[in-house]
Design a protein around this ligand. Structure first.
Ligand SMILES: Cc1cc2nc3c(=O)[nH]c(=O)nc-3n(C[C@H](O)[C@H](O)[C@H](O)COP(=O)(O)O)c2cc1C
Length: 482
């Protein structure tokens, strides 16, 4: 959809008006009346609910708390080279998929209450995603459209069994949950976080031999109706079909309407950007990419990596990482993602510091030590300086329509999520990272739009392991070094 005489699409407009630049604090709105101006961000007095809520009385099904174990090494799963026997999706497998991608695995006492941390990372710990499972009749799973309750690890039946063939996970996003801190830029975060979470969901499915297909083109209005999402405060983001046939997405009756908060704020730019990309039909599932050949490094199974994963708050700048690890992490991260990546190397064995355009590690596009520059570009967050390397997903958004823009942000999140898993699988650590948009073209030497950064480095401490269903680990806040 074109907007205005300049031919700027709704998503390009949102991207421009949510781009950070030097001289304006990230909490301040851009001076444009289309951006909500009268919102006080980070106001704990109106902290959004962390999960959706429904009226009492809907049928609830506690999910199995014993999760099936898998054995394939996480790196070979991510590389597409693991040999795993095909398995049928049953309730224990579904329980594993949901818990280890979106369940509450850690909790932290904060002045405002208990902050639930979910299995996959989320920019700013906002966790804007909701998951539903659409199950047609006649299979091993309970038919119906079920909302996944991540606090109780249970399914809540919110609608009748959909028409169609294979069960599907539907991912929605709540823009107010991220907008509370990041304003309209939070819509980008919804897609980053969805990609991050889906990296885990797909790896979990692959490691168990379950067929899974990621769809980012789907009939938005129909999928929203299936889940009860209102297309303003809750937006359909992605679908994962769990089977070899087409996902069951045709609603057979109205879904119960829950609420995302008492009085969520609408961001009209977000609503417009989301709705401009709506489509009527189901596209093809993502091509998962060909198998990538990576060095033979040993790694634990996917569930062990996820349990150990946490976004590293402090990295050790005095220590670098081996080149094999760098090559493995980025190779598996970008497999099938279709988004160009650059990498700023601070300290990787055998490679000169500088910025390189992946996969060319022979000649940097910019040579030299860039720790201070990355620190500045990443809003003076120490991780970008102290990491061994920082990946940068970037593209020219001028070429993307409103749907492709969403997909590019999600693809950047998918790569971030896989980078995270691969780093932890190999004993390193990682964190997603935000950036000052206007500083990225000079860094890369091209007029590109940054999508997402990821820092990978040597951990300065070990994250507390995730707790099992029903017993999330209680953690305390890690103090940042700067
Ligand atoms: C897409 C994305 C972007 C992130 N950006 C930042 C960032 O700019 N700075 C930072 O310190 N952490 C960042 N994080 C890490 C989150 O703060 C972290 O995931 C969240 O607090 C949840 O903690 P956990 O990952 O340990 O579960 C990011 C994470 C994701 C997934």
């Amino acid at each position: 959809m074109r907007e205005g005489a300049g031919g700027e699409t709704a998503t390009q407009l949102l991207h421009r008006l949510t781009s950070y630049e030097p001289g304006r604090h990230w909490t301040a709105p851009a001076g444009d009346p289309r951006v909500v101006q009268d919102l006080q961000v980070n106001d704990e007095g109106r902290l959004p609910w962390f999960v959706k809520r429904y009226p009492p009385g809907l049928p609830r099904l506690p999910l199995p708390r014993e999760l099936p174990a898998t054995a394939a090494p996480a790196i070979s799963v991510l590389a597409g080279s693991a040999r795993v026997a095909p398995a049928a999706l049953d309730l224990p497998h579904l329980s594993r998929l949901l818990y280890l991608s979106a369940g509450v695995v850690r909790t932290m006492e904060r002045p405002y209450g208990v902050h639930p941390f979910r299995a996959a990372g989320s920019a700013g710990g906002r966790f804007p995603l909701e998951l539903y499972v659409a199950v047609p009749g006649g299979g091993a799973l309970p038919p119906g459209v079920h909302w996944y309750d991540p606090l109780e690890h249970a399914l809540v039946r919110v609608g009748p069994a959909p028409r169609g063939s294979a069960p599907a996970v539907v991912v929605t996003g709540v823009p107010w949950r991220t907008g509370w801190r990041y304003r309209e830029r939070g819509w980008r975060h919804v897609y980053w976080d969805a990609g991050t979470m889906l990296a885990q969901l797909l790896a979990l499915a692959d490691s168990a031999g379950l067929a899974a297909g990621l769809y980012t083109t789907f009939p938005d209005v129909a999928v929203a109706a299936l889940t009860g999402a209102d297309l303003v405060h809750e937006l359909p983001v992605a679908v994962v079909g769990l089977g070899d046939t087409s996902p069951a997405l045709v609603s057979a009756g109205a879904a119960a309407t829950g609420r995302v908060d008492v009085a969520p704020v609408e961001f009209p730019l977000v609503t417009a950007a989301q709705r401009a990309g709506e489509r009527d039909g189901l596209g093809l599932p993502w091509d998962r990419g060909t198998l990538v050949s990576v060095p033979a490094l040993t790694s634990p199974p996917v569930e062990a990596v996820i349990a150990a994963r946490g976004s590293q708050r402090r990295m050790n700048p005095a220590r670098g990482l081996p080149q094999d690890l760098l090559r493995t992490c980025i190779s598996v991260a970008v497999r099938g993602a279709g988004v160009p990546h650059w990498v700023a190397l601070h300290d990787v064995e055998g490679l000169a510091p500088g910025v390189y355009r992946w996969p060319d590690l022979h000649a940097p596009v910019r040579a030299g030590t860039l720790r201070d520059e990355l620190h500045r570009i990443c809003l003076r967050q120490a991780l970008a300086r102290d990491a061994a390397f920082v990946t940068i997903a970037a593209t020219g958004i001028g070429r993307l329509d409103d749907r492709q823009y969403r997909e590019a942000q999600l693809a950047a999140g998918l790569a971030e999520g896989r980078l995270h898993l691969a780093a932890y699988a190999l004993g390193a650590s990682a964190s997603g990272m935000t950036f000052i948009d206007s500083e990225v073209p000079p860094l890369l030497g091209e007029p590109l739009d940054a999508l997402l950064f990821t820092c990978v480095g040597v951990p300065a401490y070990a994250s507390a392991a995730a707790g099992p269903p029903g017993a999330p680990t209680k953690v305390r806040r890690v103090t940042r070094r700067s």
